[in-house]
Design a protein around this ligand. Sequence first.
Ligand code: ADP
Length: 507
Amino acid sequence: MRSVRFKVSAIFVSIVSVMIILLWLFQIVFLDDFYKVIKTNSVRSCASSIASNIDNKELNTLVYEIAQRNFVNVRVVKHTKNGFESVSISESTRSLEYCLADELLDKYYNDALNNDGTNLINIDNQDSFKFGNTDNINSEKTSEDLQNAFIGQTPSDSIPKAKGIVFCRVEKFNNEEYLILITSVISPVNSTIQTLSVQLLIITLIFLIFGTFIAFLTSQTISLPIENINDKAKMLAKGNFKVRFTEKGFREIEELSSTLNFAAEELGKADSLQNELIANVSHDLRTPLTMISGYAEMMRDIPGENTTENIQVIVDEANRLSRLVTDLLDISKMQASVSELEYEQFNITKELTEIVQSYASLSKQRGITVNLEYDQEVLADADKTKIKQVIYNLINNAVNYIGEDKTVLVKQTTKEKTVRIEIIDHGIGISKEDIANIWNRYYRVDKNHRTAIVGTGLGLSIVKSVLELHKTEYGVESELGKGSNFYFEIERVHNDHTESGEGTVEE
Ligand code: ADP
């Protein structure tokens, strides 16, 4: 797998190469063709301009202007019975002027007439311009002639000879025929090509240097934060939850950083909660175990201590142990998602009544009352065992954190599609900061007085898992010092045939 750095650099280098290749192609390779097309078009428009002014008195001036401006040679002749009569001539360049010679006019005229009135002749090599009877042309000496005449060293002949065109147009006006001839060099000036080549070479070098530099910088900016994040993630994997991801630069990296920060924080929290749990569990296990073994030893060793009260202490402590172990098992089952819901239809009101009645003994022992209030009997569709566990957990909490009124109210309200169950106490309540956390595993608001109140810190976490499996609404409204209202809703069966009517149950 290639690295980001390599890929980014490769893309950059490719872009730069394509740009350079395009520049070379257009500036050097296709320059001739472009130049030829542009020049040919310009020559044609010059011819049109002359043609439309053929009767103008100032034709000479126009021809002169056109020749000068466009660097072409122009000749206009009139076709008469006796041959050709010169009208206007203007030469701005000496090259190709021999193509305007009198001897050629007849051929030009005939060829143009045979070809819709215009004709374009390409001259590839001026020096070997053989066209019709050109032997008698009083042309300029060709460069070869000059070279031959010159005694001494001449520049090498490697530079290609200029190419040209002769454009002929026959224009009829007032029953008279005019022949317009324009010659133009159609290969770019050699010095221009040389200049362009040198410039291109410099541009290519600059591009390559800058391109490499920018490719390096870009890949560095992209890959460096990724590499850093990777290093830190490795530390995180090794268990260093304090590591923080500060990498920035672009949105994706920032998002990745903040996700990993969140993960690190959560892992850190889980880790410290786990440590706390071990401390809690070992403490919670040790206390009842010490009590059990203490009481058992006492009953063994001291005659007369084998009383029902002492045995009750052992039974209570053993129950507390088993509750703790059950909670731990439940939570681990939920976590492993092995527990699936077993939906059934059941009379939730009857279940609530039974649960509330099971707290009757509390009334005798601690003077605590658990009341039930319901609007009508309803059938619910849910996992009965798990929902009962939720209700028990919530009532146990309400009892554990009960207020001075020593009353817990269990309220059932029927809604359109659901039935809402509330467990209300007027106890210590929960602060806003703690409300968000109480549903977390092992979280206990008052960590210092654990032994004072029976609990494992797992009850609400089990409640949350069950209700989330049911995909239902749940929550708590609580105010510090005033009490709490834990509520949840479960789906209700609509066409239930249960008796209607309000009721209250007091255990
Ligand atoms: P615990 O076994 O400690 O009760 P839970 O998960 O059931 O654990 O509850 C978590 C924490 O939420 C408790 O330690 C307690 O601080 C707070 N809490 C739960 N129910 C109530 C309540 N009815 N009133 C006040 N605080 C409560």
